[in-house]
Design a protein around this ligand. Structure first.
Ligand code: ADP
Ligand code: MG
Length: 685
């Protein structure tokens, strides 16, 4: 195969005839930069221009194609009057009308007394049919180019159908035959079709509108494979050889002995898996998945103690200041009777303090550094970093977590902790590059959270209930939803609620929302933690991971605004101590969609995050996306984990089979096609 030809698909669109600077710019706005982007921009519908319509049969308002004879060209000399070309066929008359068109050009495309083909939207003006600024004007010899079903693409302003068609057809028709990365045998035995054939069909038939057509499924399979291959390569890159860390669990054993509780089996297993990874000669790249409250923190701290015993430093990162602070406090508590030295660093650490910490870090006088993203700034140097733990990592994409993993250096193990249970089908596409430890059960003392729902107009019934809770020293979260992405509205709704509740329970209520300053926020959270106030009104700005063991009631307003997983996460803020916890979902009557009702029902029925994640995915299929926040699902443009479940499974098997050949060029082609090459630094193909 000719190398130049092979490159065609990855060239910039301006390599196509008719694409100049201006058009390139327009296309780029539509994320069409390379020729392959045109290839993957599938038609969403088509325009039927196939019938040549006699003038007495025209329908007003429709796009139609006519064959007409040019009788007269009218170029009025008065400004603002359009140019008008009078035409006819044997059944009637029609005017073709142009605003702002040059005379010379019109004379050329409308030769007097010649038959021509015109296609466009028909309207009626002063007792006469007319087509204004037609989409196509062409000679009769060229009829077949216009009189047919023409695919419709999502276009940006400034590119009309005719123009886009010219470049799209250039791209599709000149597409070199690729060496398919699927073998003929695989294609046959799985009832697939070849790549070139699939692309051609997708642009020239109804296939692109049917997500189960053979050609669409082929593209879906390719997309899933590109995703899996990326993860597999990423895994190989991270899981390199490292120097073995050795320890005898002296500190971790002592900490376990002094714990006020027994570790669950899930915690023990996860810890064992992590310890084995740390001791092995391959770098660890592992994620602990465990529902809110399943006790991931203590597992990570115990493994940290082991790494420190092997004379390496550790870094523990939380997504926010507050959560990182809580980890710092927890670490200090559990490491109290050890000689482990702990430091804290965030973007807000004062200059002097920061300098001191960086100094100690570089001289090996800090064993564990807890903090926020600030831990990974360039000028932060560890003496001997051996282990990085990142909490609540589901906010990172593949590229980000891989960058973080590699930043630690050659001997650094990496552990992620996530409280977002992932449905089985999504597991591989989200975490295929990592080893996975799942903590399924919760500490046995925990009781099921009682979940109730209530219409908002019965809110007054809540006050006696809350009074009683407060009288027995319980604490309450009150969650107001973010009305919009507006700090002001978010503030005003939470503030209103605060005023109401504070009237009923004066001085016993705190308020936190998006615009509360950091110090003030910390102060309020502290007061809540120290039980100086009983009710905390907040928007969703309170991080899910924060641990308030004494809070056992959560009230979620406008519950229908939240997705299933999100509600489950919010609910998980309570029920962390040993008291019975209650979650009350408030909703406006009449505003509940069918799916919102289903969500509430599922929440009442189950406390199992993994089950809820599966149900969430199923519900998503019904198209109710309000409040849905599972970031990984956005990874796919064509594939849908519900509709193409079989292809996800097939791809999983396929990748296992070809895993050792993944460096072959043909797979690089695939990765570049789906913009994955950058993630894993594939050299130019
Ligand atoms: P998450 O997995 O959501 O991060 P945490 O690590 O914050 O959960 O733990 C939640 C709470 O449960 C903490 O107060 C922790 O001390 C407690 N906890 C952890 N493990 C156990 C256990 N095995 N038995 C009882 N309580 C536990
Ligand atoms: Mg946590």
């Amino acid at each position: 195969m000719n190398d130049l030809k092979k490159e065609f698909i990855f060239q910039k669109v301006n390599k196509l005839k008719g694409v100049g600077l201006q058009l390139s710019k327009y296309l780029k706005n539509k994320k069409i930069d390379q020729i392959k982007d045109i290839v993957l921009n599938l038609p969403y519908s088509e325009t039927d221009r196939s019938q040549i319509c006699k003038l007495d049969k025209l329908e007003i308002g429709k796009i139609q194609t006519v064959k007409i004879k040019v009788k007269k060209l009218n170029f009025p000399r008065i400004r603002n009057l359009p140019n008008r070309i009078l035409c006819e066929d044997d059944t009637g008359k029609i005017d073709i009308v142009y605003f702002n068109s040059r005379e010379g050009y019109l004379k050329k495309i409308f030769p007097l007394n010649k038959w021509i083909i015109v296609s466009g939207r028909v309207n009626y003006f002063r007792n006469k049919y007319q087509i204004t600024n037609p989409d196509y004007v062409t000679s009769v010899e060229n009829q077949s180019y216009v009189a047919k079903n023409i695919p419709k693409y999502n276009l940006t302003k400034g590119i009309n159908e005719k123009k886009y068609r010219i470049i799209c057809e250039q791209a599709i028709n000149n597409l070199p035959k690729i060496r398919d990365w699927l073998s003929d045998q695989f294609i046959k035995s799985n009832r697939m079709i070849g790549w070139n054939e699939a692309i051609s069909r997708l642009h020239n038939s109804d296939d692109s509108k049917n997500n189960q057509s053979h050609s669409f499924r082929r593209l879906v399979f390719d997309e899933i494979c590109a995703n899996f291959i990326t993860l597999s390569k990423n895994r190989k890159r991270i899981k390199r050889k490292k120097i073995v860390k050795s320890f005898k669990k002296i500190n971790s054993r002592r900490i376990i002995k002094n714990l006020p509780f027994e570790l669950t089996n899930g915690q023990k297993n996860a810890l064992e898996e992590i310890n084995n990874d740390i001791k092995s000669n391959e770098r660890m790249f592992r994620i602990i998945q465990g529902d809110v409250g399943s006790g991931k923190t203590i597992v990570s701290l115990l493994s940290i103690a082991n790494v420190i015993e092997s004379k390496y430093q550790c870094a523990l990162m939380g997504p926010t200041e507050i959560l990182a602070k809580q980890h710092f406090t927890t670490a200090n508590k559990f490491f109290k009777n050890t000689d482990i030295r702990i430091g804290f660093l965030s973007g807000k650490t004062e200059f002097k303090e920061r300098k001191l910490i960086l100094d100690k870090l570089e001289n090996g006088k800090i064993d564990l550094l807890v903090g926020t993203h600030a831990l990974f700034q360039k000028n932060i140097k560890f003496k001997k970093l051996g282990y990085v733990i990142i909490d609540e990592q589901h906010k990172f994409g593949v590229k980000q977590r891989s960058d973080l993993a590699l930043k630690g250096g050659d001997n650094c193990d990496v552990l992620l902790m996530s409280a977002t249970p992932i449905p089985r089908t999504m597991m591989m596409s989200m975490y295929g590059d990592m080893d996975i430890s799942r903590i399924k059960e919760k500490p046995s003392l925990r009781k099921k959270i009682n979940t109730l729902s209530k219409p908002e107009n019965k809110i007054d019934e809540l006050w006696p209930y809350l009074k009683k809770q407060i009288s027995i020293a319980n604490q309450i979260f009150w969650v107001c939803p973010l009305i919009e992405q507006s700090r002001f509205l978010d503030y005003s709704s939470a503030k209103k609620k605060f005023d109401i509740i504070n009237k009923i329970f004066p001085g016993n209520v705190g308020l936190i929302h998006g615009s509360v300053e950091k110090e003030q926020k910390e102060e309020i959270l502290k007061r809540f933690l120290e039980k100086k106030i009983s009710i905390l009104v907040s928007t969703t700005v309170i991080e899910v991971g924060i641990d308030f063991p004494n809070a056992n009631v959560i009230i979620i307003e406008n519950a229908n605004k939240f997705g299933l997983s999100q509600l489950h996460q919010l609910r998980g803020r309570v029920g962390r101590g040993d008291k019975q916890a209650t979650c009350i979902l408030l909703f406006k009557e009449n505003s509940l969609s069918k799916n919102a009702i289903k969500r509430i029902k599922i929440l009442k029925q189950s406390n199992d995050g993994f089950f809820i994640a599966e149900e969430d995915l199923k519900l998503r299929g019904f198209g109710d996306l309000t409040g849905y926040q599972q970031s990984g699902l956005k990874n796919f443009r064509f594939a849908d984990p519900l509709l193409h479940k079989d292809l996800f499974n097939l791809a999983e098997k396929f990748i296992l089979q070809v895993d050792k050949d993944l460096n072959e060029d043909k797979y690089n082609f695939l990765l570049k096609l789906f913009d994955k090459a950058e993630i894993i630094n594939v050299k130019d193909y």
